[in-house]
Design a protein. Structure first.
Length: 203
């Protein structure tokens, strides 16, 4: 026989939170309006006009401080710290590969006022460039002899650099050996000073 007095039937569950869909719809509309107002205020200024990407007119110096030692203090300015300093972005990059990546990257080019897009050359510009190169070739500035001379000059410079390196190494070895050589002590003086036990027992 079923019990007629069921305790679960009279439970008060009004404590549960009830959501009003209209209220939340209104909040969402207000939030959207605020976001639109913010985006409009940001875009009030004129759009930034950036120049197309151009090639560098200077040579990147990666080898001037190669093999040199430098004392670094914690209070030294960024330009005097270890690594490669970028004046445009005011940051230090630790090695040459990352430095090249940085100066070719988007952030650096934007700081220079350039976009990452290259200006598309027209047919006339290409033809003019060919004409300039043809004239330069005809005038004799690009001859095989000049090319051979340049290669020979580079080889001579490389040999000179290697020779200087070898001389520096020899000088360092001489300095090291001069420091390691200590003058011979008189055995009587050494014994008097207490150095007699440092020598070998062989005679």
């Amino acid at each position: 026989m079923a019990n007629s007095s069921n305790p679960a039937a009279g439970v008060d569950n009004t404590f549960r939170r009830k959501f009003d869909p209209e209220e939340y719809l209104q909040r969402a509309r207000e939030r959207e309006e605020k976001e639109q107002a913010k985006s409009k205020s940001k875009s009030k200024g004129p759009p930034v006009e950036r120049q197309p990407l151009k090639h560098r007119d200077f040579e990147v110096d990666l080898e001037s401080r190669l093999g040199k030692t430098q004392v670094i203090t914690p209070i030294a300015p960024l330009s005097h710290q270890a690594g490669y300093f970028c004046k445009v972005c005011e940051c230090v990059v630790k090695d040459s590969a990352n430095y090249l990546d940085h100066i070719n990257g988007k952030k650096h080019q934007r700081a220079l006022g350039m976009s990452m897009r290259v200006e598309r050359a027209s047919l006339e510009q290409v033809q003019q460039r060919f004409e300039v190169l043809k004239k330069r070739k005809d005038s004799g500035s690009f001859t095989e002899q000049d090319f051979d001379e340049r290669i020979l000059k580079q080889q001579q410079e490389e040999e000179e650099r290697k020779r200087l390196k070898r001389e520096k190494k020899k000088e360092k070895k001489k300095e090291k050996s001069a420091e390691e050589e200590t003058p011979e002590l008189d055995p009587d003086v050494a014994a008097m000073m207490g150095f007699g036990g440092f020598g070998t027992s062989k005679k």
